[in-house]
Design a protein around this ligand. Structure first.
Ligand code: NAD
Length: 267
């Protein structure tokens, strides 16, 4: 896609699922990739090896950098951005992908669990964006931030209140930053995946019957793939999307289309 080759992209939570697929796709498009991971160096190394291979197969020579870091820790984020800049001298694309969820009745969420989900999904995304924007403004460079939100940016999610709040907040983060920096060449967008086959959905991905139940709610009749999410990120990061900012692109097989309205149920 136009304008991606030679750029440097930092992807948080890049060693599995959607983040890993985004890393592969951006590498394939010729971006240098910074692979942030929290706790599994072996998964990060495998991600790096495949990303380099994919880039090579596509005719690009790229560099990859692995950085351990917990996005709920400000010091880790500062170190991550500094190391990226020391290595590549630039950061053009930030993908805020790291995310966790936690299931409790809303009247009974332990405060530390609530805080942890917000700290990773929302505060972490903000701090990574803040540091990236500082760098871009300092160098007078244009850049792109893409937040991996969720259909739960707009669909309520009982039993997952902290997750729903974090993704709702991500919508606001996306729009506010987009507006604030639109005149300085910084575009900020989000993708909102629907049900996607990744480790976060271990509970139904590994159980055919449960997966059928999940897919029964999706108008297109199937869950999405991480590659389908990555394709949208590559588009939004590229110059093909040069006039798009402040948008959340829902990639959900029609999940947000009020499937029950497929049948006429009211006069
Ligand atoms: P995943 O569990 O494979 O990916 C999440 C990644 O974030 C993991 O690599 C994990 O190690 C990393 N991570 C977690 N806490 C971290 C921290 N503190 N610091 C750094 N990294 C951390 O699942 P996924 O489905 O690929 O999730 C990626 C993103 O997509 C998440 O933000 C998730 O909310 C979002 N999402 C997923 C779905 C889905 O159905 N899979 C739907 C909507 C949104």
């Amino acid at each position: 896609m136009k304008g991606l080759a030679g750029k440097t992209a930092l992807i948080t939570g890049a060693s599995s699922g959607i983040g890993q697929a985004i890393t592969f796709r951006l590498a394939q498009e010729g971006c240098n990739v910074v692979i942030n991971y929290r706790s599994k160096p072996e998964d990060a190394k495998r991600t790096e090896a495949i990303a380099l291979q994919k880039a090579q197969d596509a005719g690009h020579e790229i560099q990859a950098l692995l950085i351990q870091g917990d996005v709920s820790q400000e010091a880790d984020i500062l170190r991550m951005i500094n190391t990226t800049l020391q290595t590549f001298g630039q950061l053009d694309i930030l993908v805020n992908n790291a995310g966790i969820q936690s299931e409790y009745p809303s009247h009974d969420i332990p405060t530390d669990r609530f805080d942890q989900v917000i700290a990773v999904n929302l505060r972490g995304a903000y701090l990574c964006a803040r540091e990236t924007i500082k760098h871009l403004l300092d160098k007078g460079r244009s850049g792109v931030i893409i937040n991996v939100s969720s259909v739960h940016e707009i669909i309520p999610r009982p039993m997952y209140l902290s997750y729903a709040i974090s993704k709702g907040g991500m919508g606001s983060l996306t729009k506010t930053l987009a507006l604030e920096y639109a005149d300085r060449g910084i575009r900020v967008n989000a993708i909102a995946p629907g049900a996607t086959v990744t480790p976060i959905n271990e509970s139904w991905v590994s159980d055919t019957e449960k997966q059928e139940v999940v897919e029964g709610f999706i108008p297109m009749g199937r869950a999405g793939t991480a590659d389908e999410m990555a394709a949208a990120v590559a588009f939004l990061a590229s110059d093909e999307a040069a006039y798009i900012t402040g948008q959340t692109l829902f990639i959900d097989g029609g999940l947000t289309l009020y499937a029950d309205f497929r049948e006429a149920w009211s006069a």
